[in-house]
Design a protein around this ligand. Structure first.
Ligand code: UGA
Length: 444
């Protein structure tokens, strides 16, 4: 039968919130997105996403047109909704590994006075375990509805670049919900997704908060594990790609997130493992996740080792060497440059005296704003033109598809470092390139 249409508010319309608001409208709900950032709201309301995510802008426009989706800076618009989703960011604190909860606390403080009737407030942000319990007490004290405004937690697992697909077809839903009413309301909200057979795991609040921290820590660990193996390969002449392929056929290990290379970045994995470590220490169980410091260290080393490999190609001296850096975003299909390994490497090369020219299909504006000291090119061809070393640091399809012969005609020297194991080494070597990648043997 037709799904029940609920009235929802989505507080915080950044990456997560904007995606969630659009997708919930797609499920048939009436959704108002609320944010204190007037510019963001104006942009969304006019059908323009303030960031890049494949497919989302089209759906935003379609949902605005349906009349079920609207955006405002006015928190009173949340009043009367059945569910309020908290989707604000929880970045790393400026000078500490801890998660910064100021946006979350501020959002709840602005929302609570408008909660006059029975409703559910649902946190989606990644938070230190124990946060939801504290917010519950605050909510009951500050909402006019008192304990009739209930708190639940529903962590989000979407990946940038796959946000819509991951929201509408998730691997699982996690409901940290203490009461039957909360569980029923969340189930009604996600009914079309649950009807597809997506598993729902119902937990207490603390467990739901932990699921997210544990999942991202596991993913980060898997990446650093294969990158640690790459370091061993580098010391022995073994090939980490062959190693990863052989490991991946073991179903208990699996091949996903086992891609060696420059390592992970972005607004989530790096800060989440640090915040988790910090929280575990506060709880007196820091030892339990002591390995995450190693995971972080292995990941950071990838950046330096990539610079070292490029320096080696420049015969030990980068001064004045023209390096074309392909990629700026922390991963392909995104314009997000938060803790982007590519830009970190570009910055280090620049500091070592190289003439760095960066090109990225979507992240140029963000990169320019944060790294004005680097040079930017308008196209892939312009970036590599005259280069003495090409460094592929974010594996966009555009770079994978590039023809080694065509590129070879543009550069000054055919030297390439493949920081993501994304290119066909044989094809590059056949086209006269000196192709190198960390963790695979050099064949000159
Ligand atoms: C990550 C998680 O995958 C999501 O499940 C989670 O919801 C999200 O964080 C979040 O907490 O909000 P995301 O940061 O968008 O998603 O990106 P990933 O696809 O996980 O990639 C993270 C980084 O790992 C990228 O820099 C990527 O290049 C790198 N990576 C990924 C590797 O180096 N090797 C791999 O095999 C996979």
């Amino acid at each position: 039968g037709a799904a029940e249409s609920l009235s929802l508010s989505v507080i915080g319309t950044g990456y997560l919130g904007a995606t969630h608001a659009v997708c919930m409208a797609m499920l048939g709900h009436r959704v108002v997105g609320i944010d204190v950032d007037g510019e963001k709201i104006r942009s969304l309301a006019s059908g323009q996403l303030p960031f890049y995510e494949p497919g989302l802008n089209k759906l935003l426009r379609r949902m605005l047109g349906s009349g079920r989706l609207s955006f405002t800076t006015d928190y009173s618009a949340a009043s009367g909704a059945d569910i309020h989703f908290l989707c604000v960011g929880t970045p790393q604190e400026p000078d500490s590994p801890a998660a910064d909860l100021r946006y979350l606390n501020a959002a709840l403080a602005l929302l609570a006075p408008h909660l006059h009737s029975d409703c559910l407030v649902v946190g989606k942000s990644t938070v230190p375990v124990g946060t939801a319990q504290g917010l519950t007490a605050y909510l009951h004290r500050n909402a006019p509805a008192g304990t009739h405004a209930e708190l639940a937690w529903n962590p989000e697992f979407l990946r940038e670049g796959h946000a819509v697909e991951d929201t509408l077809h998730p691997d699982r839903l996690v409901f940290g919900a203490a009461t039957e009413r909360a569980r029923t309301l969340l189930a009604a909200c996600y009914a079309p997704i649950i009807a597809d057979g997506v598993p729902v795991v119902v937990t207490d609040l603390a467990t739901s908060e932990l699921v997210k921290a544990a999942a991202n820590s596991y993913l980060a660990t898997k990446i650093s594990y294969i990158n640690a193996m790459a370091e061993i390969c580098e010391a022995t002449g073994a090939d980490v790609n062959q190693l990863a392929a052989a490991l991946s056929y073991d179903n208990r290990i699996g091949g996903r997130f086992l891609k060696p290379g420059l390592g992970f970045g972005g607004g989530c994995l790096p800060k989440d493992i640090r915040a988790f470590t910090h929280r575990a220490k506060e709880l007196g169980v820091g030892q339990a996740v002591g390995f995450l410091q190693e995971v972080d260290a292995i990941n950071q080393r990838r950046r330096q080792r990539t610079v070292d490999l490029i320096t080696e190609m420049a015969c030990g001296d980068l001064t004045g060497v023209h390096v074309a850096v392909l990629g700026a975003a922390f991963k392909p299909d995104s314009d997000d440059i938060r803790d982007a390994p590519a830009l970190d490497v570009a910055r280090m090369l620049h500091q070592a005296g190289a003439k760095v020219t960066v090109y990225d299909p979507k992240a140029m504006d963000n990169a320019r704003r944060s790294y004005p000291e680097l040079t930017y090119a308008g196209t892939l061809e312009a970036a590599v033109s005259g280069a003495e070393i090409v460094a592929l640091l974010t594996e966009w399809d555009l770079f994978r598809r590039a023809d080694p012969t065509t590129l070879g005609a543009l550069v000054r020297l055919r030297n390439i470092v493949d920081g993501r194991h994304a290119l066909d080494a044989e094809a590059y070597r056949a086209a006269g390139w000196d192709y190198r990648a960390l963790g695979t043997p050099n064949q000159l």
